[in-house]
Design a protein around this ligand. Structure first.
Ligand code: HEC
Length: 130
């Protein structure tokens, strides 16, 4: 490879790296948008808010017993990475010191999902504002 070819290779490589970086960035932006749109179209956020204040706020507003506080993005990011189904399952069955259904046995699966969606939608707003 002569000098000119070498310089050309480098610039091609740089373009390729930049291209992949752009694709990665776009994907991330799409994923965030998708989450917000998905939540409000799939779940009843209004009902979720009502359930949240009745059954979940007690712990998740203040973070007692190390409950992840609503909109503490650092605390929620790794949990959100599990996906909605896993999160909802942990709410329904309980996880560690989190009681099943937040201790409100009468809650349905749909109500638990709405409450989680409400919590997540609140956090998405904070992420978007940053
Ligand atoms: C008595 C306190 C308490 C109440 C009430 C409560 N939580 Fe929790 N919650 C916790 C604690 C503590 C954790 C952290 C558990 C762990 O991962 O160790 C948690 C974790 C979670 C998680 C994350 C689960 C995961 O997979 O990481 C979600 C989602 C959640 N709670 C939703 C809810 C919802 C929805 C309600 C109301 C229906 C609720 N919580 C009521 C204490 C509570």
């Amino acid at each position: 490879m002569n000098k000119v070819e070498g310089v050309m290779m480098k610039s091609v490589m740089r373009t390729v790296v930049l291209l992949f970086a752009c694709i990665g960035f776009t994907r991330q932006a799409e994923a965030q948008e998708m989450t917000t749109a998905m939540l409000s179209s799939k779940y009843n956020i209004t009902s979720g808010q009502e359930i949240y204040s009745r059954a979940c706020a007690l712990c998740h507003d203040s973070g007692v017993m190390n409950a992840p506080k609503v909109c503490n993005v650092a605390e929620w990011q790794p949990r959100m990475a599990q996906g909605m189904d896993a999160l909802v399952k942990h709410v329904v069955n309980g996880i560690n010191s989190m009681p099943a259904k937040g201790g409100l046995e009468s809650l349905t699966l749909a109500e638990c999902s709405d409450a989680v969606a409400y919590m997540m939608s609140q956090c998405d707003v904070t992420v978007a504002k940053k």
